[in-house]
Design a binder for this molecule. Structure first.
Ligand SMILES: NC(=O)c1ccc[n+]([C@@H]2O[C@H](COP(=O)([O-])OP(=O)(O)OC[C@H]3O[C@@H](n4cnc5c(N)ncnc54)[C@H](OP(=O)(O)O)[C@@H]3O)[C@@H](O)[C@H]2O)c1
Length: 341
């Protein structure tokens, strides 16, 4: 089968690096273009030496002409606001785009402006973008030309809630998400608060009630259930490199027990290649999913309080970004969804 030609714009960042790593071994995609922001005469395998012997590609500052000539599909692993400058040019040239940033996730541009502090400049593409959570939107992803790849926290949160919400067993007014992320979630760029000595041996909550992923989680749960959703979301910074553990507290709409809720989740996700629901009330850990594209889910019900506690674990750079982006490419291209993953 002919391979598709793929580029990664922003290949020197954490998510870009991870996409490059997956594509270097992908059976049906050929990595033909990589770029960073800095103009440097360097090969990608010299930046990431573990790629020596599997890739031989120049990594320079972005050139649209070069990328457009060499690619059928591009991943944009760029900061938000930068992606929306790049995506429309590729779309106009009939090149498919998977954007890992937040630029095309929020359908309401006023909410985008409120949380990202800039006006959206590409409303035409925003209207056509498909939110790339395969477990919720697989059919739309198949024919999409622009994918808004989900955020890392939203992926772990939505997958933990989606099954119970769609099946009507969760009280959507009572969702509390307590989520903890490793430091790579903030990207490779230097920032004082993310220094090793600031993060190591500590643990903190941040951006209470104002994190930019709150409207994304609400939007997608509302779309799935057609009901109003307003979650309480408290993110925390874990002193580890990668992984997100989300503990979700939610009231049940009717009496149920742990075994019944697990059975419901298992049935809902039975055909999903990257969601694992644990048996017998076992709970997932970050180390179970690190460096994978899996979302692992554990559940227990406190019957006296009529409360479910749902724990999900993902790798923020895997299912939370690069792995999911490649999963979306596979779906858009008609490949086995698990190819390269
Ligand atoms: N990190 C995560 O866990 C995660 C998860 C889900 C989604 N995301 C989203 O994915 C996107 C990328 O995140 P990241 O963590 O990979 O960030 P990052 O590590 O900071 O990497 C950003 C990349 O974009 C390039 N870049 C920055 N400004 C540019 C510009 N004006 N023109 C061209 N290239 C530019 C950088 O190049 P240089 O290296 O040359 O500066 C680098 O390759 C962000 O929007 C983020 O919100 C991140």
């Amino acid at each position: 089968m002919k391979k598709i030609r793929v580029g990664v714009v922003g290949a020197t960042g954490y998510t870009g690096e991870e996409i490059v790593k997956i594509l270097a071994k992908h059976p049906q995609a050929e990595l033909t273009y990589v770029s960073g922001k800095e103009d440097r005469d360097v090969k990608i395998q010299d930046i990431f030496p573990y790629l020596k012997n599997s890739l031989d590609l120049e990594c320079r500052a972005f050139s649209f002409e070069e990328a457009a000539e060499k690619c059928d599909l591009v991943f944009l692993s760029l900061p938000h606001t930068v992606s929306q400058e790049f995506a429309p040019r590729f779309l106009k040239a009939k090149i498919k785009v998977i954007d890992v940033s937040a630029d095309y996730r929020l359908k309401d541009e006023a909410i985008y402006e409120k949380f990202y502090k800039v006006k959206h400049k590409d409303l035409v593409s925003l209207r056509q973008a498909v939110y790339g959570l395969p477990e919720a939107n697989r059919d739309k992803i198949k024919s999409a030309t622009l994918i808004a790849n989900p955020g890392c926290y939203p992926t772990g949160s939505i997958l933990g809630i989606l099954a119970g919400a769609k099946k009507g067993v969760l009280d959507l007014d009572s969702i509390i998400i307590d989520a903890k992320s490793g430091v790579t979630g903030a990207g490779r760029k230097a920032e004082k608060a993310l220094n090793f000595s600031e993060v190591n041996e500590s643990f903190k909550a941040y951006k209470l009630f104002e994190h930019q992923h709150v409207p994304e989680i609400n939007q997608e749960l509302e779309r799935a259930t057609r009901k109003e959703v307003s979650v309480v979301f408290v993110p925390h910074l874990l002193p580890i490199n990668r992984g997100i553990l989300s503990t979700i507290y939610v009231k049940l709409k009717k009496k149920t027990n742990t075994a019944e809720l697990i059975a419901l989740y298992k049935k809902f996700y039975q055909n999903e290649p990257f969601v694992k629901v644990y048996e017998g009330g076992a709970l997932p850990e970050i180390k179970h999913v690190a460096h994978t594209n899996f979302c692992d889910i554990g559940l227990r019900v406190n019957e006296s309080k009529n409360l479910a506690v749902i724990v999900t674990a993902i790798d923020n750079l895997g299912k939370g970004a690069a792995g999911q982006a490649v999963q979306n490419m596979n779906i858009m291209s008609g490949f086995d969804e698990r190819a390269g993953l």
